[in-house]
Design a protein around this ligand. Structure first.
Ligand code: GYE
Length: 329
């Protein structure tokens, strides 16, 4: 894959960008000046829901970037994690004749028809956060994170720290069928292959704190505190829910059961500093400015990159303690 750093992208200070894929022209004509005639650009944003701390930060970032001050009229929809409701919301945006549509797709599959309808209506679509399996000519651009790489980074740390001793691992998966759940599993599994880490169970906790708690309670009932050495949670919220379950069972999270998670949101980082989580791979939710920039460029008829990757970091407990006060989310 041909990746190059987008030098000097003064986006949100600390964000490093990696761009890949070929340029594309806009996914629709969107009107000559890209607005509804009064200078305001109407954008329909189909958000997944409000499942996690990551999602709250992402929604805030999107609302800030697509503000009236910046010339946007944002129609916001959160689908409560229901793929059918999200597709219905996008159809609604098409019927309303918005200038552009932004989607954070709950699941990867099932987007071809509605994306084709948007394209037929001349409404460009920019995806943010999660990816889809549809052909790339059905959307103008995507901005987000490399979920597989996040999984690989998490798995490599697990392999390095626990790979030589027999380690029984349970996994809290993200929403079934979502790109981050699929890719974070794939990256992690490949990285621990051939080590003595054994995945004894893996279930979805739907990226929520409650889901993580409930599923972890089930794991603890089934295997006992002593039967689980390691937890890999696809996001911080599920890890935080699992911590509650472990503590309620009389265990010490981060010691009796080691925990690795993904996101690096405030509460997750605090748990890492407190020693309850052992390692976190970051997933930056501040994608609003980049998404708004892409929408503007597409409506202006400029060529945009098909895929815009934002770089992630990762944190041990010591590293988290150093940066926690300066984190933006
Ligand atoms: O990791 C999780 C959220 O799609 C990257 O969705 C996002 C994920 C994030 O619910 O916390």
């Amino acid at each position: 894959m041909n990746r190059k750093f987008l030098a000097g992208a003064a986006v949100l200070g600390a964000l490093a960008l990696v761009v890949t894929g070929c340029s594309s022209s806009s996914g629709g004509d969107g009107g000559a000046s890209g607005d509804s005639g009064d200078g305001t650009v109407t954008v329909g944003f189909a958000q997944t829901g409000s499942e996690s701390g990551w999602r709250s930060a992402n929604t805030e970032s999107m609302k800030e970037a697509f503000s009236a001050e910046n010339g946007f009229d944002l129609i916001f929809n959160a689908a409560d994690n229901d793929p059918a409701a999200q597709i219905a919301a996008v159809r609604d945006f098409i019927n309303q004749g918005v200038d552009a549509i932004v989607i954070a797709p709950i699941v990867e599959d099932g987007w071809d028809d509605v994306l084709q309808e948007a394209s037929d209506a001349g409404i460009p679509v920019v995806l943010e956060d999660r990816t889809v399996t549809s052909p790339e000519d059905l959307f103008a651009s995507w901005v987000g994170l490399d979920f597989k790489k996040e999984g690989t980074t998490a798995g490599e740390w697990a392999a390095e720290n626990f790979g030589d001793t027999p380690t029984k691992m349970v996994v809290l998966e993200g929403t079934t069928g979502s790109a981050p759940a699929n890719d974070r599993a794939e990256g992690f599994d490949a990285a621990i292959k051939g080590t003595s880490i054994e995945k004894i169970d893996s279930q979805t906790g739907d990226f929520t704190r409650d889901g993580g708690k409930t599923v972890m309670e089930g794991f603890l009932q089934k295997y006992g505190l002593d039967g689980i050495d390691l937890l890999y949670a696809h996001n911080d919220d599920m890890a935080l829910g699992a911590i509650e379950a472990i503590e309620a069972a009389g265990g010490v999270p981060g010691e009796d059961i080691k925990i690795i998670s993904i996101d690096a949101v405030k509460d997750g980082m605090q748990a890492l500093v407190d020693g309850k989580i052992n390692y976190i791979v970051e997933c930056n939710p501040l994608l609003g400015e980049l998404a708004a920039g892409l929408v503007t460029d597409v409506l202006d008829g400029k060529d945009v990159e098909k895929k815009v990757y934002v770089e992630d970091q990762s944190f041990t407990q010591e590293q988290a303690a150093e940066v926690i006060d300066s984190r933006a989310y």
